[in-house]
Every structure is written in C-alpha cells, then in structure tokens.
Design a protein around this ligand. Structure first.
Ligand code: GCO
Length: 452
C-alpha cells in the first residue's frame, strides 16, 4: 500500500551550492583573496591537499549548469556570492567584472524560470578583512553592510530572496575556536566576538536589503541541531543543554529578541574568561530585526555525552547501530521533524525553508554511464517525508533545497566527499545527473512522491 506525500503548489523545490565550493577561478578577473584561499594554501589543513582554485569551474561553465538546473525542473537555486569577487579587499574599490558575473548569473536564472536565492556570505570572507581583525572585529560587520549595499543596489531589482549569512556557528566555532575551518583560529574569545559581529552584520544588512530590493524576502541560514542526551545522567543532560546553548540558543535567542542565553554567557565567562565588553548599546535590537524566513540546514542528529567533552564544546557521539553517510553522519530522518517542530514552537519564524539537506555517497558512474545512488534518493525521500509531517503539525515550511546541485569542494575534506545530485568528473569537468537527480526531477514535476 503506497502513500502519497504531496506538497503545496507554492512549495519551492531547489538545489544549493556555495561560491568557494563550485566556482573555481579563484583569482580571475580581479577577484581578491578569501580566507579559504589562504587556508587551503596552508599545508595540512585540507584532507587531500586540494583547494577550491578550480573546483567545478562553474565560473566558466555556469550556462551549462543553469541549463541542467532547468532540465531538472528546479524552481529555485540557492547560491552564494564571493565577497572578494565584488570587493577584492572586502570594502572600498568595487570590481565590476565580479559584479557583472553575478548579474549574468541572475539574468540566466530568471530567463530559465528559476528563482535566485542569494547567500551573501558562505564562509569565504575577504582575507584583507581578516588581516585587519576579521569577524572578531566590529569593522568587519561594517564592511559586510557596505558589501550588501553594493550587491543589492545592482541586483535588488531582480533578486527578491536574500540570505545574509550561511551557518554563522561554523564561522565562529569551526573557524575561530576549533580552527578546522578558515581562518584557522583557536580562541574561544575570538569565537564569541565573531558570533556577535556576524549576527550584528546580519541585523545591519537587513534594512539595506529592504531599501535596495523592495518587496524582497530576507533571512539568515543557521545549522541548528536537534540535540539529544546520550543517557539520562545528570552529566549527559548538562552536556546536552550546553550543546543546545552553543549550537542553537546562542544564535536563535538574539535573532528572536531574547538576547544572549545567560547560561551560555556564564559558561564562556567562567571557563574561558570571555569578556562580553564588545556588545554596544543598540546591538541586540539591531540583531533582532524582523526577517521573513529562517533558513535551516540539517543533516543529522546530535547526541551529546559529557564524558568526552573536548575543550568547551561537548562534542557529539552517534548511534552506531543506525545507517551513516560517508561523512560519518547518522541517517535519522525523524530528527528533521523534531527540529522543525522545536524551532516553530520555540521561536515562531514567519516562514522556514530547508536551505540545505543531503547526503554524501561516492556512488560513481557505471559501465553505461549511470550513477545508481539509491542511498541518496532514499535519504532525501525519508527526510522530505519528515518535512511534510512537520508541515502537517503546523510548521510553516515553504521550500526545500537539496545539498548539493553538484559534487563540489567539501571544505576540509577536499574532494573526498560527494554531496551532489549531479556527478562531476573533476578531470574533464563533465556533469552527469545521478539517479537521485532524475528522481528529484520527478518529485518536482509531481510536487510530491509515493512512498511505501
Ligand atoms: C554546511 C555548508 C555546506 C557543506 C554541506 C556539507 O552546511 O556545512 O553550508 O557548504 O558543504 O553542509 O557539509
């Protein structure tokens, strides 16, 4: 007995990418250096020693990629802009060749009936700004507003869906505390300051977007976690609350007008003597500016256990008995339902959009040139079913973007992980839709699917 999973006619069906992960052309046509260019050039940072210098060469192949998106029937495409293509040093001189690239890209999407969702910053912050203090410094937030103004003045008449930042938690904690992402800093105070200035830059940027892009929908994308305790022990419950605090409430509470969570602030002040002397009058009201949607990136459940707490982050363990993707992430679709419901009932975003969800599996083309990635199709199908279940529970979910449109540069994993619904042969730059892309095409055409 099959069961029909159907979505509203207005539901957005998209795919997502990020500039540094697909564009390549890292120094073409006046583009400046980003922290990821510098990080990749630092020995030992990337698993296979690779870089995003070429990636999927999307900068030169964007028209064929848009044709493929159209062939798959995507109704929306989430991409990020490389800040240093537009402002090579992060502020000041505008590189018109870079702005022109995104102008052509947006027009190409609109001509193909695909709605552009623009992420302004997806981690590739200008190196020149990092050298001048980076996200720990307030002036970087000011530079982000300048960048937002330049971009939205040029594109605001055609782009009507804007995401200020992608996963500020990753920038702050992976990039400034654990140091496993660019810029490779390992300092909790720098991470805490980065949290504030990332959120502040978001708050300052929203009114600029509204001014330059009348009628636009504006939001931010977070990677919130559904955190569960490994056991009901006091220690594990404490670890769970701390993980929820640092991963979720440290961002969601200020964005939804509750200020910073006191338990997390006290933890940071006590454990690492972080002084929150950089929060200025008016900052918290700016951060809490009204937005139109919350972007949610979600892949896997977070299980917190106290006895292997590393530094300040109670790192997570996993349920070994369940299936895992090749990233080592547990496949647990009900976690998406649980997370979306929690976000809805605790924070009440006007709208939510799944701006990333997908799976890394290395299924490759077979002898007849087919990529039979059944595990990825199964993953997407099961997570979509849970998203639909959350909608039935009242969650205002308006869209889904699969991560990712193309196999691409997976940050510190280099090219060792493949998240795309389209295979990329990095030697020839040939693209090949996988079975999951063909399945997704049919889901879009039918606005739903049948499940056993
Ligand atoms: C993220 C980033 C993406 C990743 C994807 C797989 O969510 O970490 O937005 O750039 O590539 O999530 O790790």
């Amino acid at each position: 007995m099959t069961h029909r999973i159907a979505f509203p006619d207005s539901f957005l069906w998209g795919a997502a990418t990020a500039a540094y992960q697909i564009e390549g052309a890292f120094d073409a046509d006046g583009k400046g250096e980003s922290v990821w260019d510098r990080f990749c050039a630092t020995p030992g940072t990337i698993l296979d020693g690779s870089t995003g210098e070429v990636a999927c060469d999307h900068y030169h192949r964007w028209e064929q990629d848009l044709d493929l998106m159209q062939a798959l029937g995507l109704t929306a495409y989430r991409f990020s802009m490389a800040w240093t293509r537009v402002l090579p040093t992060g502020s000041g001189r505008v590189n018109l060749a870079g702005l022109d690239f995104y102008d052509r890209l947006v027009d190409g999407l609109l001509q193909r009936g695909i709605r552009p969702f623009v992420t302004l910053n997806h981690w590739d912050t200008p190196q020149a700004l990092h050298d001048a203090g980076g996200w720990p410094a307030r002036r970087t937030a000011e530079a982000f507003v300048e960048y937002t103004d330049v971009v939205s003045q040029r594109l605001g008449d055609r782009v009507k869906d804007w995401i200020t930042h992608n996963e500020p938690w990753c920038v702050a904690f992976l990039g400034h505390y654990l140091g496993i992402h660019a810029p490779g800093v390992r300092d909790l105070a720098s991470a805490a300051r980065s949290v504030h200035h990332l959120l502040l830059s978001h708050g300052w940027a929203v009114p600029v977007l509204r001014r330059n892009s009348p009628g636009a929908r504006v939001g931010i994308t977070l990677n919130p976690a559904e955190v569960v305790a490994a056991s009901p022990s006091q220690a594990d419950l404490w670890a769970t609350n701390l993980e929820d605090g640092i991963r979720n409430r440290l961002f969601l509470d200020p964005l939804y007008h509750r200020g910073y969570p006191v338990d997390v602030i006290e933890h940071m002040m006590e454990r690492e003597q972080v002084a929150f002397d950089y929060v200025e009058a008016g900052d918290m009201d700016a951060i809490a500016v009204s937005t139109d949607f919350l972007g949610v990136n979600y892949y896997s459940r977070t299980i917190a256990r106290a006895d292997n707490t590393v530094d300040n982050l109670p790192p997570v363990i996993t349920a070994e008995e369940n299936e895992h993707t090749e990233m080592g992430w547990e496949v647990y679709a009900p976690g998406l339902y649980n997370l979306l419901c929690r976000l809805h009932f605790d924070y009440r975003p006007a709208s939510m959009i799944i701006t990333e969800n997908g799976a890394s599996y290395s299924d490759a083309p077979d002898a007849v040139g087919r990529v039979a990635d059944a595990r990825r199709t199964s993953y997407i199908r099961d997570y979509l079913a849970e998203a639909r279940r959350a909608m039935d529970a009242g969650v205002p979910l308006d869209g889904y973007f699969v991560w990712s449109f193309l196999d691409n540069f997976e940050w510190s994993f280099g090219y060792q992980q493949r998240f795309g619904i389209v295979w990329v042969d990095y030697e020839t730059q040939q693209r090949l839709p996988k079975d999951s892309a063909l399945w997704y095409r049919d889901v879009i055409a039918n606005n739903g699917f049948d499940t056993a």
